[in-house]
Design a protein around this ligand. Sequence first.
Ligand SMILES: *[C@@H]1O[C@H](CO)[C@@H](O)[C@H](O)[C@H]1NC(C)=O
Ligand SMILES: *[C@@H]1O[C@H](CO)[C@@H](O)[C@H](O)[C@H]1NC(C)=O
Ligand SMILES: *[C@@H]1O[C@H](CO)[C@@H](O)[C@H](O)[C@H]1NC(C)=O
Ligand SMILES: *[C@@H]1O[C@H](CO)[C@@H](O)[C@H](O)[C@H]1NC(C)=O
Ligand SMILES: *[C@@H]1O[C@H](CO)[C@@H](O)[C@H](O)[C@H]1NC(C)=O
Length: 942
Amino acid sequence: MAALSLYLLLTWIFLLSLFRTRFAEVLCHADESSALMEFKRSFRTDTTDSRCVYPKVHSWSLDGSGDCCSWDGAECDEVTGRVIILNLSSSCLSGTMSPNTTLFRLVHVESLNLAFNSFNFSSIPYGFGNLSKLQYLNLSASDFSGEIPRDISQLSKLVSLDLSTSWYETLHMPNMGDFVHNLTGLKELDLSSVSLLSPFPPMLANFSSLTLLRLHSCGLSGNIPVSIFQLPNLEVLSIAYNSNLYGFFPKPHWGSPLKSLYLFGTNFSGEIPTSIGNLSLLNELKAWDCCFSGSLPSSMGNLSHLTELDLSENNLQGQIPGSFTNLTQLSMLWLFNNNLNGDSLEWVVNLTKLTILEISGNQLSNGFPSSLTYLDLSSNDLHGDILGALRNLKDLELLNLKSLNLNGVLDLNDLFTLKNLTSLHLSFNNISFIKSFINATTSKLAHLYLDSCNLTEFPQFIGHLSKLSLLKLSHNRIRGTIPRWMWNNSKESLKYVDLSHNLLTGFENNRTDLPLPNLRYIDVSSNLLETTLPVPPPLVNLYNISNNVLFGDIPTSICERSSLTMLDFSNNALNGTLPPCLGSIGPLIFLNLARNKFDGMIPHVYQDDCQLRMIDLRENRLRGTVPKSLGNCGMLEFLNLGGNQINDTFPLWLSKLAYLKVIDLQSNNFYGPIEGHLNQLNFTSLHILDLSNNSFNGKLPSKLLQSCLAMKVIDGQENWAYMCIQQFIELSIIVFNENLMTYAMTLMNKGTKRDYVKIPETLAAIDLSNNKFEGFIPKLIGDLKSLRMLNLSNNSLTGGIPPSLANLKVLESLDLSLNNLVGEIPQQLASLTFLAVFDVSHNRLSGPIPRGTQFDTFGSNSFVMNEGLCGSPLPNKCTNADNAPLPPSLTVDNEEESLFDLDWKIMLAGAGVGFLVGVVLGNLIIDKKSRWFLRCSKRMAK
Ligand SMILES: *[C@@H]1O[C@H](CO)[C@@H](O)[C@H](O)[C@H]1NC(C)=O
Ligand SMILES: *[C@@H]1O[C@H](CO)[C@@H](O)[C@H](O)[C@H]1NC(C)=O
Ligand SMILES: *[C@@H]1O[C@H](CO)[C@@H](O)[C@H](O)[C@H]1NC(C)=O
Ligand SMILES: *[C@@H]1O[C@H](CO)[C@@H](O)[C@H](O)[C@H]1NC(C)=O
Ligand SMILES: *[C@@H]1O[C@H](CO)[C@@H](O)[C@H](O)[C@H]1NC(C)=O
């Protein structure tokens, strides 16, 4: 009987399979194949894009059967023939996504993946809400921008949603709580680098299906509920890089089967509880740059699956527990910059898989397992024959001896017996090298860091190295010319050369060409090079020769260097006109020609896909108008044309550049009113507008100011970072060199012009002084709440001082002097507790000067030449009639630091190039405050 039913069952299965096979031949529906073909036609394929793997759409064609079910990337339901899966990830698609894309006709699709394409920063179209069967949607790393359409939140069947992006601040989601409200079935949610700018939505801690939650770099704030660690299925939690997010580890109970936990760059604090030892599946724990304190619990030795542990840069104390010897799977251990101590690292000896040990900045002494391939002892207090003690570590590949108080003449022959050594850091030691022969010819050394070593000449052994790829000799005192013998053996291998901050005067025999065909990065800035401008080797991406005494003009042959992404020629004595072809170097992102003697016109930009994000041409002798073609540079953030002789009206068309943060047109011959009647303006990202010292007239530009949305919100003050561009130069699979290119400008601060070598991301300032503006000060300036500086001095403004200025709670400097303002100084201004500079002199104001708080600190110069003002600090007393009530007493928060005064710290921070392993592990960092000197807050590579 059982045999018979088994037989029947098998027959049935057989028949069923025949039936299915027959239906598998069902062709796809014509409406869907044509929708897909139209979709294909709306894009180019770009196989040079780094995300491109294979252009799946190339196989799509309506010829032959035209069966879209057999096309690469598409899968159909075997019964209905409807397309249910479309996977076009890494398919090299390039172009703008149409708002009415034909994809929306694939209404049966359950799984849609468009990740890793290039949609040119177009918006995510509204319409995904119609694909009501979607369970899986992936639009990650595809260069979308703008607001995430709300209708995606109606896809109640969604199980997996990935909208993560590679660029900060390009995608926004205004109300995450609402968005996820109905998506309770989600198993995977990744919104990394989407600008959420909101508190962590507590309801996520009830999403019991979640296995993966990635929300790193989202601008999340507030507290994260401890119950997140009790989600029954959560395996991956990444909430890193949310510097305003606070949280604690659960003490008694972790309910989640966590495998990966990424918390770095948050404000998690408290102790690491003993219960952490219960996370038996934990693979990676990365919680560096948090605020954990206390000691490491011995129970961590139970984390038997742990392969990577990074608790660097916390406030951990005490001994590293001996139980760590049981972490036998550990391959990377990072504990640098804590207060851990201990006499020996015996427990390390049994960690046979350990390849990276990073314990610098603690109080530990030596004893190392010979399996080590990576050893970082930097900033420790070690004594004795260190180089000798390392002789046994035959497998060593990376050795960091930075800041070890090494002194005197070093014999590197010991180190060159380590045949696998590829990276050697000797920075920040006071050394020189033995003159006798160092046998370096067979060395595999690829990365050599000799910056800040007090060297006075180029070490001879460099000329023998044949695999050298990175050479860093910056911040020494090397004099004379750059010799050619240095490149003798590593011509082909050198990619990165930094000779900046020395006393170099020229090139050997005046030959400015570097014979380095594979060079990607050359920095010879801040020397004494007195020569014409060297044209860099053909593959160079980043070229910095600023702060020298170069003369002559820019040769047009520079434009043939079609890999250039960054050019910095600032602070030299270059002259002549700018070659027009400069605007056609396609990949150029960063162009700094400030402080030279260039004249003539600003070159036009020739491409629609201009990539420029920073243009600094300030303090030259440029004439003419601002070329409209700059409007093609859709990524532009920083435009500085100050201190030239440009003769133009205000370039209102800059309004279409959605990321523009800084416009500096000061000290030119700009003229005319700024706004016409019909302008729709959109300066949404603008933080700094400096139009001072021109001949603008008409009314103050209300519509422009009204559109400055970025100035209307006060950013998290803790989120300090500088406006900059970050680029990674890949030198080998795990070694990157991070390069931060910062923006610099001159701003009026507290009555004097000051140079800002870096600009805090949260600095908002408006300087319209020394023009011919007339009419009233618009009330709406009071909406620009993040303003730190407002200067309207020396115009012809009339009317009163709007009391709304009292809404500018972080204002530090307000200058309204030299106008025709009348009426009283609004008493409300006394509530501005950060106001350090206030000037209303030379107006026609009257009535009592406000009293209390900051107003008691201003001298009479702030108020002179107003006939009607009275009261302290002016000599004329107020009569009873104009006596003002004292404002309620206010506490002044002196803890808060002035963003304007940060520049002295910037100087302390020194060089901005750090050695990185992976993408996120910096080791330059001395303390929390200095760390942000090295971070761009936005658009960091993922
Ligand atoms: C999409 O809309 C544009 C204009 O709104 C129109 O020109 C185009 O034909 C539409 N495309 C499709 C596929 O409907
Ligand atoms: C959630 O779904 C319900 C029912 O479909 C709807 O009424 C409600 O508006 C949705 N809530 C949000 C926040 O989208
Ligand atoms: C390592 O693990 C073993 C077995 O679980 C245990 O007996 C031993 O005490 C542990 N070692 C240390 C130093 O904690
Ligand atoms: C290392 O392992 C050996 C052999 O398993 C053991 O005898 C020794 O105690 C271990 N060392 C430490 C520090 O736990
Ligand atoms: C050096 O590297 C090679 C190749 O990775 C490896 O086989 C060898 O064991 C390493 N150690 C020494 C001392 O050569």
